[in-house]
Design a protein around this ligand. Structure first.
Ligand code: 5RP
Length: 226
């Protein structure tokens, strides 16, 4: 296992320790969340009783195949704990998410969650968010309008492609990757993007994270939001 995967795995193993019997657990999406889902499945096999809410179709398929009982997001009012990954996190535990294009569901689930735990390898820690472009889930018919609005925010967008054609999310929308340079005021940019009709969700997660667990070599470092 390479060092990055090791850091993801040790962070995941640390995060699952926060899960208690009878919790409703949000399951993230991506290569880091994968290690957490695997670890949750192992705990379930050993008798832990939980129900889980997946943040993507991919995670739903994976969790089901590993024997984890799922709930539909629309039937859930509150989630005890969610374990998810991130593309970047800063010292305020604000995030950029959506590298996998799942941030709309991830954000709804994070908003329903009492304790949002982000797991990450050490490469995800940044001083200032924004080197990783901000993923925006955009309703296709609104694409040109959204592109114009991004320019008014001093940003530039590019439609994410997969095999030469637009990547389509689980919800049937495009992802536009928004370049705003380094983001000195994530909360302000988040508010501004929230005002743009046609953007279903953006990948800036501000004040949603309770804990970040970062793998650093074989160890973990835990950051708690105050
Ligand atoms: C998916 C996400 C992922 O959590 C994020 O992209 C990190 O992915 P990985 O763990 O594969 O680096 O937000 O929408």
């Amino acid at each position: 296992m390479d060092i990055k995967d090791l850091e993801k795995k040790v962070a995941a193993l640390e995060a699952v320790k926060y899960i208690k019997n009878n919790d409703i657990v949000g399951l993230g999406t991506g290569s880091t969340a994968f290690f957490a889902i695997e670890a949750v499945a192992e705990l379930v096999k050993n008798g832990l009783k939980i129900k889980a809410v997946p943040t993507s179709e991919h995670t739903a398929t994976l969790a089901t195949s590993l024997g984890i009982e799922l709930l539909d997001m629309k039937d859930v009012h509150t989630i005890d704990i969610t374990i998810d990954g991130a593309d970047e996190f800063d010292s305020s535990l604000n995030l950029i998410k959506g590298g996998g294009g799942a941030h709309f569901r991830e954000k709804i689930i994070a908003s329903l969650t009492k304790k949002e735990i982000i797991i990450a390898d050490s490469g995800k820690q940044v001083e200032m968010l924004g080197k990783f472009k901000v993923p925006l889930e955009v309703v296709p018919m609104a694409l040109n309008y959204v592109m114009q609005e991004l320019r008014k925010l001093n940003g530039m967008g590019a439609v994410r492609l997969k095999n030469g054609i637009p990547f389509i999310t689980d919800n049937g929308n495009y992802i536009v990757d928004g370049d705003f340079g380094l983001i000195s005021h994530p909360a302000l940019l988040s508010e501004n993007l929230n005002q743009v009709d046609g953007i279903l969700a953006h990948g800036l997660f501000v004040n949603l994270t309770a804990i970040v667990i970062m793998g650093k070599g074989k160890e973990t470092v835990t950051y708690v939001r105050h």
